[in-house]
Design a protein around this ligand. Structure first.
Ligand SMILES: NC(=O)c1ccc[n+]([C@@H]2O[C@H](COP(=O)([O-])OP(=O)(O)OC[C@H]3O[C@@H](n4cnc5c(N)ncnc54)[C@H](OP(=O)(O)O)[C@@H]3O)[C@@H](O)[C@H]2O)c1
Length: 244
């Protein structure tokens, strides 16, 4: 990472903060865990999920032994698990499902209701900075379910008055997805020539998202809202990852 990032990370680390991550088993979530494991900007990172998962690759024995706690919660009873969020000044959200997998109601429940409920609980337990992955197309006034749901999430989070709210709006995510998603594979096949010609326009590797979330965390903000579109996620990654 760049020297500038290292300096900021060092200062941030000295504050001894705690973070939680929801959706840490997903593709963006796993990259966020990797980036946090590499840069160690927190004293403690609480990994919140609905199932027990062995992290592969392991973020490192020190990371696991010293300050990672894995919490397994039932998202339908989130209010019973406020203790999982307690003490975290920073909250990361990489939750999400698909309509194909969860149906319309299930998609809304995970992508909107769980995200907003988690954010509310986090706010009530002292979270100052909430950082979330939504989508480039988010628009609360759209008639399309996906776009509308993501837009509603962004809109509601903005009303919650976190000290700092960071919204990451990737276009198509590029990764070796562990889950089979046929429609995503088909779309990717058709988009390949376009992705090669315009790499920052319509897609972004999940590793860039994870790194950009960490860079944003240590970067002091002027206002309380930071929004990163697809191109900005690319440029934050490149500015910070490539300079030696
Ligand atoms: N796919 C794309 O190209 C694309 C583009 C732009 C934006 N996005 C958005 O970016 C975000 C991250 O995407 P991703 O591809 O990294 O996500 P992902 O790999 O699908 O992972 C989603 C995470 O949400 C959790 N989750 C799903 N259903 C759940 C449920 N019913 N209860 C509790 N947890 C649940 C998963 O837990 P388990 O591991 O336990 O299932 C996992 O940790 C999502 O909001 C997505 O909509 C995606």
């Amino acid at each position: 990472m760049s020297e500038e990032f290292q300096d900021k990370a060092k200062q941030y680390r000295e504050m001894g903060k705690t973070a939680f991550i929801i959706g840490y088993t997903g593709e963006c979530g796993k990259e966020l865990v990797k980036a946090l494991s590499k840069n160690r900007i927190f004293n403690k990172v609480v990994l919140i999920g609905r199932r027990k998962v062995d992290l592969t690759p392991d973020p490192g024995p020190e990371f696991v032994r010293d300050f990672v706690y894995r919490k397994v919660i039932d998202y339908d009873k989130l209010e019973e698990y406020t203790e999982a969020f307690q003490g975290a000044q920073v909250g990361y959200c990489c939750l999400g499902t698909t309509r194909g997998k969860a149906g319309k109601e299930g998609f809304i429940k995970v992508d909107r209701d769980y995200v907003l409920k988690s954010a509310e609980i986090a706010k009530s337990t002292g979270c100052q900075h909430f950082s979330v992955v939504t989508a480039s197309s988010a628009n609360k006034d759209s008639m399309f379910l996906y776009v509308k749901t993501k837009g509603e999430v962004e809109h509601s989070l903005k009303q919650m008055a976190f000290d700092k709210l960071s919204i990451f709006k990737p276009a198509m995510l590029l990764c070796e997805r562990s889950e089979r998603r046929i429609m995503e594979k088909v779309a990717l096949t058709f988009m390949k020539p376009w992705i090669c010609m315009f790499p920052t326009a319509g897609s972004v590797p999940t590793s860039y998202v994870g790194t950009a979330m960490v860079v944003d965390t240590v970067t002091p903000s002027e206002g309380n809202l930071r929004i990163y579109n697809n191109e900005q996620i690319h440029s934050v990654f490149k500015q910070n990852e490539q300079k030696k």
